[in-house]
Design a protein around this ligand. Structure first.
Ligand SMILES: [Zn+2]
Ligand SMILES: [Zn+2]
Length: 178
């Protein structure tokens, strides 16, 4: 397999001759949305195909598959969550346009790009992150963190009552002994 770390596809031939082009690759470590980082376990794999539909218009379709590492909502442990996302977008080529820009008109949504080398990173990150669940659980039976002392109750029995819940006490438990 000819995997590349570059997340782009070159459409120079399609711009001249039409037809279809394909590309595939991997994303390592994490996806990013602005400053926010969405860590991965191992590599995420992607593949796309782009088809010329005439008049500088292209149809992009692809998929991205990987394992997101999300914090367990009870014990905060990094928890692997398999994600497989599909996406389809209409693209318009405008020579000289910078980057990849989203446009919306009545009944039509599309992206404008101006370089034959189309950057896919935004499409891949958006599809993957959108497909992620809002929260994760390391295990259906995860016992979470003790609200009193902050201990991971999956690992230790700190002896505190599960019902005993007071935010200030939980905070106190997290501070080091003076
Ligand atoms: Zn957990
Ligand atoms: Zn405790």
């Amino acid at each position: 397999m000819d995997y590349r770390e570059v997340q782009s596809i070159n459409l120079a031939r399609l711009l001249k001759e039409g037809g279809t082009a394909g590309a595939s690759g991997v994303v390592r470590d994490a996806f990013f949305a602005g400053e926010e980082r969405f860590p991965l376990q191992g590599e995420a794999h992607w593949k796309v195909s782009v088809t010329s539909v005439g008049e500088g218009e292209f149809w992009l379709s692809g998929e991205v598959e990987g394992v997101a590492l999300m914090e367990c909502r009870r014990c905060l442990k990094p928890t692997p969550v398999p994600v497989h996302a599909y996406f389809q977008h209409m693209l318009h080529y405008r020579q000289g346009a910078e980057g990849v820009e989203f446009h919306e008109e009545t009944e039509e949504e599309y992206y404008i790009f101006g370089e034959p080398d189309l950057d896919l990173s935004g499409f891949l990150a958006e599809a993957f992150i959108t497909e992620m669940p809002y929260t994760a659980l390391c295990d259906e039976n995860c016992r979470g963190l003790c609200p009193v002392c902050g201990a991971d109750r999956n690992l230790v029995d700190c002896g505190h009552e599960a019902e005993e819940h007071h935010p200030l006490r939980a905070l106190k438990g997290l501070l080091p002994e003076l």
